[in-house]
Design a protein around this ligand. Structure first.
Ligand code: SAH
Ligand code: SF4
Ligand code: F3S
Length: 438
């Protein structure tokens, strides 16, 4: 049983962990009492994420009593951050290993059966060669591909560079080969991943490497849709927007985390762009990418954020009108610069600001969703609907999920769906005429 928290980087690591475990003969279960191995792939970007994990592990005390052979393991960023300390803090845990140790999992598991075990957490120099053969895809038609790992930005609030190490790009030819072999296995959609995909190639002498990579992927037969995340507004050049606009496979889904609307706060956050330059990027994206869907990440209550500065963030979301926003109140992370800034804002204020942000964005999101009603979209059918028998869920190029009635043999195919209803983020509709049926 494997539970993953956090960002897409962790989802991609889960894809690798699943492949390795399957190779060792493990079969996956969602039922706790059946499991011989319970793994948590963790996140430590906010305190809340850590607390949830601690609660979950403590609740496993009876499972551990029932099954003496049960191995409880903690992987991911919180493991990398706390390392051996985690074994002391959580006595039920048998195994702790970080993102750098995934390839060593067979050995680590053997040892964890006998004694408390930790990985060595040391970063490996090169990008570990991940092959398409060893990959177990949750959906055989869709894959996540790590193109750059780590982060060297050191935004003042963020712990990720400390746990994931510096940016390392995976060599271009290796990536093209990897994606080609995924396509040969039937993958139609790929999501290119990194904390800052726009920095792809910079560390290996390819300044506009991300656009170059997208152009190469455009020519891989079998791949129909290409998504990417996360973009960093500072490294997203207007030139690359133009190059991307010419590529038919690149989906019109742009996640552009802004974090804050005030120039002073952006500078304290060390984001490397101003409100004006960010809005210029948004304009360029809207002009060049027809039908684009925009989303963002926002932090409110950063140390020293005044009411007027917070209002600049509110104004910015009203001006841009994102289809979706991931909004958080600032969470101090030990070791980061912002955590030791003097003007920390009390939790009540941080929470109240978050509530105002969410309320404003809910209104905008619903208005934007309503505009999609009566429009028809091509979707890649992903799965059956969880709570709606006889229904399927498909995803549009812009990343929106639509629920519609249909037969499960359509899973993994592209069909046209026309939207009938919008309920905030979720859409429902019916199939429109589908000539191709690919
Ligand atoms: N690399 C991405 C973000 C990865 S972390 C980027 O730069 O945009 C995902 C999101 O978590 C961030 O965009 C930010 O909004 C949020 N986040 C990161 N550190 C945080 C902190 N200390 N408190 C609250 N939110 C935080
Ligand atoms: Fe964190 Fe900034 Fe790196 Fe994103 S770019 S992971 S927010 S340090
Ligand atoms: Fe969390 Fe690690 Fe991602 S801290 S956001 S899982 S890189």
């Amino acid at each position: 049983m494997l539970t993953t928290f956090g960002c897409q980087m962790n989802q991609a690591d889960a894809q690798r962990i699943r492949g390795i475990l399957a190779g060792l003969g493990y079969t996956e279960t969602e039922i706790e009492s059946e499991a011989d191995l319970i793994l948590f792939n963790t996140c430590c970007v906010r305190q809340h994420a850590e607390q949830r994990l601690i609660g979950r592990i403590k609740s496993l005390i009876n499972a551990k009593k029932r099954n003496a052979d049960l191995i409880i393991g903690v992987a991911g960023c919180m493991a990398q951050n706390m390392q051996g300390e985690l074994l002391e803090a959580l006595p039920l845990v048998d195994l702790v290993f970080g993102p750098n140790d995934i390839e060593d999992l067979p050995l680590l598991l053997q040892r964890a059966g006998r004694e408390k075990t930790t990985g060595n957490f040391a970063p490996k120099g090169a990008f570990d060669g991940e092959s398409a053969d060893g990959i177990i895809l949750h959906r055989p038609f869709s894959a996540m591909v790590n193109i750059i790992r780590g982060c060297t930005n050191f935004c003042s609030y963020c712990i990720v560079p400390y746990v994931r190490g510096p940016e390392v790009s995976r060599p271009l030819e290796e990536l093209v080969g990897f994606i080609t072999s995924l396509a040969e296995k039937g993958v139609k959609e790929i999501t290119l991943l990194g904390q800052n995909v726009n920095a792809y190639g910079k560390d290996i002498g390819m300044p506009e490497g991300f656009a170059t990579l997208l152009e190469r992927v455009e020519n891989i037969d079998g791949i129909r849709w290409v998504r990417f995340m996360t973009s960093h507004p500072r490294d997203f050049s207007l030139e690359s927007v133009k190059r991307m606009a010419r590529l038919s496979k690149v989906c019109e889904q742009y996640h552009l985390p802004v974090q804050a609307g005030s120039n002073r706060i952006l500078s304290e956050m060390r984001r490397g762009y101003t409100r004006e330059r960010y809005l210029e990027l948004i304009r360029a994206v809207r002009e060049n990418i027809k039908g684009v869907s925009l989303s963002t990440d926002i932090i409110c209550g950063f140390p020293g954020e005044g009411d007027a500065e917070f209002n600049e963030t509110l104004e910015l979301i009203r001006e841009v009108r994102y289809e979706a926003a991931f909004m958080y109140y600032y969470s101090p992370r030990a070791g980061t610069d912002a955590a030791s800034m003097p003007e920390q804002i009390d939790e009540e204020t941080r929470k109240a600001r978050l509530a105002r942000l969410i309320e404003a964005q809910n209104t905008i999101g619903l208005e934007e969703s309503s505009k999609l009603v009566a429009q028809t979209f091509e979707v890649l059918v992903e799965s059956e609907a969880a709570r709606n028998e006889g229904h399927l869920v498909g995803k549009t190029r812009t990343g929106r999920s639509i629920d519609f009635p249909g037969h499960q043999n359509l899973i993994g195919r592209f069909v046209n769906v026309s939207v009938q209803k919008a309920r905030n983020w979720t859409l429902s509709g019916i199939m429109a005429d589908n000539k191709e049926g690919n």
